[in-house]
Design a protein around this ligand. Structure first.
Ligand code: PRP
Ligand code: URA
Length: 206
């Protein structure tokens, strides 16, 4: 499975702020928004473009414009923290939602909500900051594919080797764009070193 780890000084700096346990929710949300913008720019590198003929104030010229429509699907709840930058960068984006929650003891994700548009032909980004066991992402991508998405890219902040292996087995063609590949999971299936519970830190629900 292709994995692209964003290698940029600003991405590393922003991720450092997210990892820091002293970072309060308001700063955490702001750091998440800016880092997500960088991730989305990278994750949409594969969008199709087409030639356009326009006129600048100086002379007619040939340019390239986007030729493929984009959809984004945040996985609730933590993925919602990545939605705003997607909509700002791509105002015409179609948005779907998938609600998944890991069981506290088993870490198995349970689906509690889903509302997806028709994704036929769409370049679709699945947004979830944490790829831990990969169970949530694998379920979400199956659902996204069943709605016809042409290409699916998984966008996350931190990925774990275990989650990457799960996705590779379930969806080998899906590109993962992440800000980091961390060491492993702990016995509670949290990413190590990770940044803790993203949803709790985003929404101040400790
Ligand atoms: C977190 C995270 C992912 C999932 C990753 O969500 O946002 O969706 O865990 O874990 P996995 O790769 O092992 O499936 P959580 O279930 O804690 O829900 P929340 O976003 O509502 O906090
Ligand atoms: N979900 C999180 O928010 N953090 C982890 O480390 C694993 C799953």
């Amino acid at each position: 499975m292709p994995l692209h780890v964003l290698d940029h000084p600003l991405a590393g700096h922003l991720l450092s702020g997210l990892r820091d346990k002293e970072t309060p929710p308001d700063s955490f949300r702001q750091l998440a928004r800016v880092l997500t913008s960088l991730l989305i720019i990278e994750a949409t590198r594969g969008l199709s473009t087409m030639q356009a003929n326009i006129e600048t104030p100086i002379e007619p010229t040939t340019t390239r414009v986007l030729a493929q429509s984009l959809a984004v699907v945040p996985i609730l709840r933590a993925g919602l923290g990545m939605l705003e930058p997607a909509v700002q960068l791509f105002p015409d984006v179609a948005v779907g939602y998938i609600g998944l929650e890991r069981h506290e003891d088993t870490a198995i994700a349970r689906s509690y909500y889903s509302k997806l548009p028709n994704l036929q032909g769409k370049y679709t980004l699945c947004l979830d900051p944490m790829l831990a066991t990969g169970g949530s992402a694998a379920q979400a991508i199956s659902l996204i594919k069943s709605h016809g998405a042409a290409t699916v890219v998984m966008v996350c902040v931190v990925s774990a080797p275990e989650g990457l292996a799960t996705l590779e087995a379930a969806h080998p063609e899906v590109l993962v764009v992440a800000a980091a590949k961390d060491r492993c999971l702990n016995d509670r299936k949290y990413i190590v070193p990770g940044l803790g519970d993203f949803g709790d830190r985003l929404y101040g629900t400790f």
